[in-house]
Design a protein around this ligand. Structure first.
Ligand code: S3P
Length: 436
């Protein structure tokens, strides 16, 4: 599949909602599975990654009923009710499915086998297998149990643990906290910088005892989880492509409603503002996960520095921010983002190479990019490397390039934002065509 993108001459205009938050959707399915009694989830992201998580809990013996678009009823089996699956769990492209599930499986006295697609089988799993082994789980598999396919056998109770991961990663933090539900005592995760806190919020909502103090999160086991109602807000990581496109394309004005404004995820807004964009935020009614409306339009951008504690707050938005930086006035430096190299693709290399084909000047650094800025992009034939966020970032670049851009290998967009092309086409009629 490919996208053919032309300059969006009339601007992007309209009001929209983006699909449900991917991180929150995964967590709702997983916690719903191990809670006692039913959970009702609405706004669930029906994209490939989150459907992998639904498939996995079903194979672990959990009944899931789809009651409507994005609306699921999950018949939780409690902390002791999961069953040993009779087949390998395929996590597809989804790192969150694999890593969070490993946390849960560490507490199950059964063998489970996990695998994933070509990209996921290349991604590092030592970051979760190491702490889970320290807690007493057995993890075996390729590369000494550090790459999928993996097999895990859990133990009950697991040992308690204080874990200090070398990089801020919500997936690692969540895996350890989830395993902690079956530990004999508290588990503590102390991160070098704050990562997204959806697991902490949702664990509390399901009744778990979780306390957080700056970069230190503690889970005290010993209480059952209770099924509940979860309303998933729109994904700011998907909204980011539309926000940046509206900022870059002359004559744009868009309004995105019902989008997550969790402060551990809003780094994109801080950076766009620092670059000179005007993004108005209107907070919605208070709730476990904050959400609201974002309004954005065309603006003149300048370069900036993106580094340090900001990185985990916008890690998934760096591909599209690289597009903004390529055309902004002045230089942008992205540092402390070595994690970008172990996402669905090596995003540092992919962005430098593919945006380079369009005339942008990006210099690779081990932990980021140096982006010259001031580029006048020209249409080119580019490729996503099978990475959904690279694909969508390149499509946004196509909207402001001169001439036509063809983005190859775009089926991957379905992992997080299946309606992306349709949404862009509605906001900027005629700008995007999907080709099989
Ligand atoms: C996620 C955490 C981040 C992010 C990923 C989703 C999550 O990964 O990039 O898309 O839902 O916990 P890391 O934890 O590896 O940084």
């Amino acid at each position: 599949m490919r996208l053919r993108v032309r300059p969006a001459t009339g601007g992007l205009r309209g009001t929209l909602e983006v699909p449900g938050d991917k991180s929150i959707s995964h967590r709702a399915a997983l916690l719903g599975a191990i809670a006692e009694g039913p959970s009702e989830v609405s706004g669930y992201l029906e994209a490939e990654d989150c459907l992998r998580t639904v498939g996995a809990i079903q194979r672990l013996g959990v009944e899931v009923a789809r009651k409507g678009p994005g609306h699921y009823r999950i018949a939780g089996v409690g902390l002791e009710g999961l069953q040993e699956p009779d087949q390998v769990l395929d996590c597809g492209n989804s790192g969150t499915t694999a890593r969070l599930l490993l946390g849960i499986l560490a507490g199950q006295p059964a063998w489970t086998l996990l695998t994933g697609d070509d990209s996921l089988r290349r991604r590092p799993m030592a970051r979760v297998s190491a702490p889970l082994r320290q807690m007493g789980a057995t993890v075996v598999g390729r590369a000494d149990g550090t790459r999928l396919p993996l097999a895990i056998r859990g133990r009950r109770p697991l040992a308690s643990l204080t874990y200090r991961p070398p990089v801020a990663s919500a997936q690692v933090k969540s895996a350890v906290l989830l395993a902690g539900l079956w530990a004999e005592g508290p588990v503590v995760v102390e991160e070098p910088a704050v990562s997204r806190d959806h697991s902490e919020r949702m664990l509390r909502q399901f009744g778990a005892r979780v306390t957080a103090d700056a970069r230190r999160v503690t889970l005290d086991p010993g209480v059952p989880l209770r099924g509940t109602v979860v309303q998933v807000p729109g994904d700011i990581s998907s909204a980011a492509f539309i926000l940046v496109a509206a900022t870059l394309v002359a004559g744009s004005r868009i309004e995105i409603r019902g989008v997550s404004l969790n402060p551990t995820r809003t780094g994109i807004l801080d950076v766009l503002e620092a670059m000179g964009a005007r993004v108005e935020r209107r907070e919605g009614p208070s709730s476990i996960e904050p959400s609201g409306t974002l309004i954005a339009g065309e603006a003149e951008l300048r370069g900036t520095t993106i580094a340090g504690a900001l990185i985990p707050r916008l890690i998934d938005e760096l591909p599209v921010l690289a597009v903004a930086a390529a055309v902004a006035g002045g230089r942008t430096e992205i540092r402390d983002a070595a994690e970008l190299r172990v996402k669905e693709s090596d995003r540092v290399a992919a962005l430098a190479r593919e945006l380079g084909k369009m005339g942008a000047r990006l210099e690779e650094r081990p932990d980021g990019l140096l982006i010259a800025g001031g580029a006048r992009l020209s249409g080119a034939r580019v490729s996503s490397d099978g990475d959904h966020r690279v694909a969508m970032a390149l499509a946004v670049a196509g909207l402001i390039a001169e001439g036509e851009t063809v983005v190859e290998d775009t089926a991957c967009i379905a992992t997080s934002f299946p309606e992306f092309a349709e949404t862009l086409g509605r906001l900027a009629p005629g700008a995007v065509t999907v080709e099989p």
